[in-house]
Design a protein around this ligand. Structure first.
Ligand SMILES: Cc1ncc(COP(=O)(O)O)c(C=O)c1O
Length: 425
């Protein structure tokens, strides 16, 4: 009998996986070049040639727009900032409703709150884990102004259908594309199908600049508004000839020249880096085929998945042991799997207590919308019992290690009876 590592056996993965690392000599040289010049940021929060940043920012944005085939790319200091800027740019106002998924990083659902708007949660698909288009359609009311679709785990949401729905109702579609750089849907890059797409360049992503983000759009007016909100809009709106002053109070969401220089190098490597993640994930999918009760990620037709994480589904009834015990056993074998992803966001105290900005709960005092448990049953089920995932963008694994990871899945699967007495969490 093979003993599971959790119970004292030898781990299937023989050496710890290395952290995924994307920095190299090119980034080092780029940083050294900017350091030598001494201008670490050229942005000025006033109307001037430097209002849109210095040479590294401008080069990075031009390169990003060209690669993703977008008319405009506006760099920011994080995707969180980018999402907030989007809400401002499209004119989100107090009392507006913005439809968001509950299964995403919290920034997606929090962005509308900064403009007094109300996040409305629509459930997710049981296979793709992204917004369910039918549930979005049901959630639309006369107060709805925008939909934020998340291309979760590296796979585009059903963007064609969501864009058509948004257009039919005169809504803005914003793509939170933090997790899916270079993923394709219907022949276009994820992040370029909605009115604005938001990418993240934080350390955990396929390509990164430490912290950072980019908004892409084909709409020049939106691009100008994003650039203003990024950089003290109130000082420049008049000069830019913007007639609509709504929400044109600015932040400082500016990226540094150093980050932009790193971003240019990362972008050159992006296709290769993304391909590396896809290769690991596809090997894992192939490797677990036939393990009854474990379902590998499904990929939507006419879509590519870039696997920020490999998110599978676990059927405890079929496997006869809890998802948590199985994941713990995999961890002990050296495979970093995690269960559940985030708690559906409406269950956070912020929503339960209906308190956001100010003592009166603004903007929750503008709505009767409630956030009770049971609101999005699929999201809750995925979190509580089915979803489990391998962190493709956190670790590197060569072919031999991917083989060992697959072996670990088989080992735990075949010996799962040993787990029956292991506590489920
Ligand atoms: C789906 C999603 N949206 C937004 C963000 C926020 O990104 P950032 O850390 O760049 O602000 C993240 C970060 O993990 C994310 O995964």
């Amino acid at each position: 009998m093979t003993t599971l590592a959790l119970l004292g056996g030898t781990p299937a993965v023989t050496a710890p996986l290395k952290s995924y690392r994307t920095m190299g000599a090119e980034e080092e040289a780029a940083v050294a070049r900017v350091m030598k010049g001494g201008v670490l940021s050229a942005f000025l929060g006033a109307w001037s040639d430097d209002f849109r940043g210095g040479p590294e920012i401008k080069a990075f944005e031009a390169q990003w727009a060209a690669v993703f085939r977008a008319k405009h790319a506006i760099s920011v200091n994080s995707a969180t900032s980018g999402l907030i800027a989007c809400m401002g740019a499209v004119g989100i106002s107090p009392g507006d409703e913005v439809i968001v998924p509950p299964t995403t990083m919290s920034a997606t659902a929090i962005a509308p709150l900064f403009y007094g708007a109300i996040p409305v949660f629509a459930d997710i698909e049981a296979d793709g884990f992204c917004l369910d288009v039918e549930k979005v359609a049901e959630a639309i009311t006369p107060r709805t102004r925008a939909i934020i679709a998340v291309n979760l785990f590296g796979q585009p949401a059903n963007l064609t259908a969501l864009r058509a729905l948004a257009d039919r109702h005169g809504l803005y579609l914003i793509e939170d594309n933090a997790q899916a750089p270079m993923a394709m849907h219907a022949g276009r890059f994820a992040g370029t199908i909605g009115h604005i797409g938001v990418f993240s360049l934080n350390y955990h992503k396929h390509v990164h600049t430490g912290e950072g983000g980019v908004c892409t759009t084909d709409d020049t007016k939106l691009a100008d508004r994003l650039a203003m909100i990024r950089n003290h809009a109130e000082n420049v709106a008049e000069k830019l000839g913007e007639g609509d002053y709504v929400n044109l109070i600015g932040h400082n969401f500016r990226m540094t020249e150093l980050a932009a220089a790193i971003g240019c190098e990362q972008l050159k490597k992006a296709p290769r880096l993304v391909e590396g993640r896809v290769k690991i994930a596809e090997a894992l999918t192939k490797g677990v085929a036939g393990l009854d009760g474990i379902t590998a990620p499904s990929v939507r037709p006419d879509t590519t998945h870039v696997y920020y994480v490999w998110a599978g589904k676990y059927d405890a009834a079929k496997l006869g042991v809890s998802r948590e015990a199985f994941a713990r056993a995999l961890n002990a074998e050296g495979v970093p799997t995690t269960t559940g992803y985030v708690r559906p966001l409406y269950l956070l105290p912020l929503f339960q207590k209906r308190v956001a900005i100010g003592r009166d709960g603004f903007p929750f005092n503008l709505t009767n919308r409630t956030y009770q448990k049971g609101l999005c049953p699929v999201a809750e089920r995925m979190h509580e019992s089915e979803l489990f995932y391998y962190l493709v963008c956190s670790y590197d694994a060569d072919d031999a290690q991917v083989g060992q990871i697959v072996d670990a899945f088989h080992k735990v699967y075949e010996n799962r009876a040993q787990l029956r007495d292991v506590a489920s969490n």
